[in-house]
Design a protein. Structure first.
Length: 215
């Protein structure tokens, strides 16, 4: 009986690991083939004999992003969309530019832990732990500092300087996904029923409607 329980819990752990993270590749690489009609978790592989360096490269991570937007920030992603050779490899990159006092608003990556390095400027960064504690873990980063946002947790960045700031993030998925909280909650199409948002945020209908028009 005890053996069976041990075996079951071992199997449960193994299975949980298998579904919680991107699986280890079963070949050298699997360059994403956008032309394939196959539907798989990830993307189907191009014939490896057709692969060349262009499938593994991206040019332009040095290019300044355009931060002329209400948030004052711009993300340049380098995921499997930009580098098809990242398919199945469980890793990607993003450059983030910040105008003075620019913000990357609270968001989560459902599939990736993020490790961020400040290349230029000073950032205030933080993430919030799950319910029920919702503890804010935050700090100020200077050029050369590194910070980690654990997978799935709501986090944000803010340039706290009068000059531009730049950071580079590595993420533990070929396709980390982004859910920006405000856009998802107030900008969904079709809109979430107002009554849900009134009770969730404990505010008047006029405030909910005003927030919905922002997105
Ligand atoms: C690499 O392969 C693609 C087709 O998948 C082709 O368009 C491109 O020209 C090739 N690049 C080189 C450098 O051979
Ligand atoms: C930056 O984005 C703004 C707003 O979309 C646009 O008006 C402006 O032309 C862009 N600047 C450059 C250099 O592309």
């Amino acid at each position: 009986m005890a053996d069976q329980v041990l075996l079951l819990s071992l199997l449960a752990t193994t299975f949980a690991l298998a579904i919680a993270f991107e699986p280890s590749p079963l070949q050298d690489f699997c360059v994403a083939d956008p032309a394939s009609p196959a539907r798989v978790n990830g993307q189907p592989c191009l014939d490896s004999k057709l692969a060349n360096a262009s499938h593994f490269s991206f040019k332009g991570i040095h290019v300044l992003g355009n931060t002329s937007n209400p948030q004052g920030s711009k993300v340049t992603p380098v995921t499997v969309v930009q580098i098809p050779g990242l398919n199945t490899l469980g890793i990607s990159l993003a450059r983030i530019d910040y105008a003075p006092w620019g913000v990357v608003p609270p968001h989560t990556h459902p599939r990736a832990t993020e490790i961020l390095t400040v290349l230029e400027g000073s950032l205030s960064v933080g993430f919030v732990t799950s319910n029920p504690n919702n503890q804010l873990i935050s700090t100020v980063l200077q050029k050369g500092d590194v910070f980690v946002f654990p997978v799935g947790l709501v986090h944000f960045q803010r340039n706290i300087g009068n000059g531009n700031a730049v950071s580079l993030s590595a993420l533990s998925s070929q396709n980390p996904g982004v859910i920006t909280i405000a856009n998802a909650v107030f900008g969904s199409k079709p809109a979430i029923d107002t009554d849900v948002l009134i009770k969730a945020f404990q505010v008047d209908k006029s405030i909910v409607s005003s927030l919905q028009t922002q997105f």
